[in-house]
Design a protein around this ligand. Structure first.
Ligand code: AN7
Length: 400
């Protein structure tokens, strides 16, 4: 049993309405469950495999989901990097290990399942890349046509490759992500296409399971959860989900929700630093972390609330800091992530060095997408392979 509730005025809508914003006040909608009426037991959850659908009672899908077995991603204890920073308990939840290589799959297994249950025929999104890759994958699995709008020339190669190969209709617009989102939203509302950006309340239900899994894997609530922030959907989703676990009495406290942005794309950080609400959108965001090159995050209201209510914070890191951490994760921990994902750990480093994170904290960084998503940014940072003649003497000569 669930319904949609406006996060602004509290107006309610039936769960089968195709609606993304409140008709009265234009705020976003959130899924609200009647938690008292749900039969959920933690023991039962723990008997199921660690995957997203372990938590199905707290997800909106009624029938068989469209699934490729998402979730159950590894939680790595980063001993080396942690030691360097003086942190005993620094973890990375590697969301790049999902079917399409990013956390978006959690949103899409739920979102595309709901599209089917609601009788929608076509799905669409705007994307900085990963959402489009994931929608193409789940559209393929569901046998549903997918339309994706990308900012032309600003999407990492691996993500475009996925969207194309999995058969989405891929359209590149000559403007940025924020404009692409406005356009696809309008198209969906007028043409009866199902919108699967994070304005869709069902998509974020899937993403909240990152927090559930982190708690289950640690066996406790982390003191802090650190996420890269673009459209601010993921940090809002994790906060919402953990709030439900508190209401159910499964956990007794909330981690400090901490959002990291790129220096060239930092509207949420500015809002936190300056005490703004609503935030001021940034016109021309720019960063090497193209996944989070977003100036007008649609979920900002929820994200600001999550950060403020939990005593968390927001921080910005430069492109250099992001790329340095991408290399550190790869070389010191064996964790391969794309630049946006490295931002979360780079943010922790910066906050620790500024004395804003206590070294005793147990910290979970969500690393959101796989290294291979953006091979061009990898190649640019690395020396090319050493090419030699095919004889042992040449081989020795380059090794010694
Ligand atoms: C790797 O694909 O917005 O703050 O269109 O791909 O929930 O937006 C991607 C976002 C972090 C930010 N890390 O999450 C898209 C898109 C990676 C991402 C984010 C994204 P939100």
């Amino acid at each position: 049993m669930f319904r949609l509730v406006c996060i602004g005025c509290g107006a309610t809508y039936a769960s089968d309405e195709i609606i993304y914003r409140c008709r009265k006040c234009d705020h976003l909608l959130a899924v609200q469950y009647d938690l008292d009426s749900l039969e959920i037991s933690r023991e039962e959850w723990n008997r199921r495999p660690l995957r997203l659908w372990r938590y199905r009672e707290l997800l909106p899908v009624q029938g068989e989901p469209v699934t490729l077995q998402e979730g159950g991603t590894p939680l790595y204890h980063m001993k080396r990097l942690g030691e360097e920073l003086g942190l005993k308990e620094l973890y990375a939840k590697h969301e790049g290990m999902n079917p399409s290589g990013s956390f978006k799959d959690r949103g899409m297994t739920v979102g595309v399942s709901m599209a089917r249950e609601l009788g929608m025929k076509t799905v669409a999104c705007a994307s900085t890349g990963n959402t489009s890759a994931s929608l193409a994958v789940y559209g393929a699995k569901a046998g549903m046509p997918a339309v994706v709008l990308l900012p032309a020339g600003k999407v990492a190669l691996g993500k475009v490759a996925q969207a194309l190969m999995h058969g989405a209709k891929v359209i590149a617009i000559r403007d940025n992500f924020d404009r692409a989102l406005e356009m696809v939203h309008e198209l969906c509302v007028t043409d009866g296409i199902y919108l699967l950006n994070s304005v869709n309340p069902y998509r974020l239900e899937g993403q909240k399971t990152i927090g559930f899994e982190a708690v289950d894997q640690l066996g406790d609530v982390p003191d802090r959860m650190v996420l890269p922030v673009g459209n601010a959907g993921n940090i809002s989703a994790v906060h919402k989900g953990l709030g439900e676990l508190i209401e159910l009495g499964f956990i007794d406290r909330m981690p400090m929700m901490t959002g990291i942005q790129a220096q060239g794309s930092r509207p949420v950080v500015d809002a936190i630093e300056q005490g703004l609400d609503p935030l001021i959108p940034q016109k021309d965001p720019e960063t090497v972390a193209t996944a989070i090159r977003i100036g007008a995050p649609v979920n900002a209201e929820k994200a600001l609330r999550a950060i403020r209510e939990t005593g968390g914070t927001a921080e910005a890191v430069t492109d250099e800091e992001i790329l340095a951490m991408q290399r550190d994760l790869a070389r010191k921990e064996g964790i391969g992530v794309e630049p946006a994902s490295a931002a979360s750990v780079a943010g922790v480093k910066k906050l620790v060095e500024a004395g804003l994170i206590d070294r005793d904290e147990r910290i979970v960084c969500v690393v959101t997408g796989h290294l291979l998503k953006d091979p061009e940014t990898v190649i640019r940072q690395c020396e090319p392979p050493i090419e030699i003649d095919a004889d042992i003497a040449s081989l020795r000569s380059v090794l010694h």
